[in-house]
Ligand binder design. Structure first.
Ligand code: FEO
Length: 167
């Protein structure tokens, strides 16, 4: 179980890296609000990684850090980037589900319990990325709509304490 938890730490750090890459993309095309949203997401993912890291340490396991893959660095449009973000979250949900299955199979109820937080979190992660995908589809190529959405996404803040970021 520790081995797969270490793999999940890596997956969460990759997620952070992916979102930081998306932040850099949005920064480059002048959408600071979108970049802000991605920066908050980057911090969220590091928090996810550390949640598992701390759990492994707490249980007396050995944390092992693996190489982090290079994320993509370019997307054709804000919509394509957010669709990629949403697809990524769907994949992460599948990884979490596999961990839950394994924890049950090994009768590792402590890990099973720890993973419940991630199950809830993934519902939110999928929903929040999909929400932006839907809004981007709605505004299409309308510059004013993108501008308004950029202002909205600029409001997102990272909450260091507690489980939810303020939107
Ligand atoms: Fe750590 Fe976005 O799931």
């Amino acid at each position: 179980m520790v081995e797969v938890l270490n793999r999940q730490i890596n997956a969460e750090i990759y997620s952070a890296y992916l979102y930081l890459s998306m932040a850099a993309y949005f920064e480059f095309i002048g959408l600071k609000g979108f970049a802000n949203w991605m920066r908050v997401q980057w911090q969220e993912e590091l928090k996810h990684a550390m949640r598992i890291y701390d759990y492994v340490v707490e249980r007396g396991g050995r944390v092992k850090l693996y190489a982090v893959n290079e994320p993509p660095s370019n997307w054709k449009s804000p919509l394509e980037a957010f669709e990629a973000a949403h697809n990524h979250e769907v994949k992460v949900t599948a990884l979490i589900n596999e961990l839950v299955e394994l924890a049950l199979k090994e009768r590792d109820f402590a890990t099973y319990n720890m993973l419940q937080w991630f199950i809830n979190e993934q519902i939110e992660e999928e929903a929040s990325t999909l929400e932006v995908v839907d809004k981007l589809k709605l505004v299409g190529d309308d510059g004013k709509g993108i501008f308004m959405l950029d202002r909205e996404l600029a409001q997102r803040q990272f909450a260091d304490e507690g489980d939810k970021e303020r939107k």
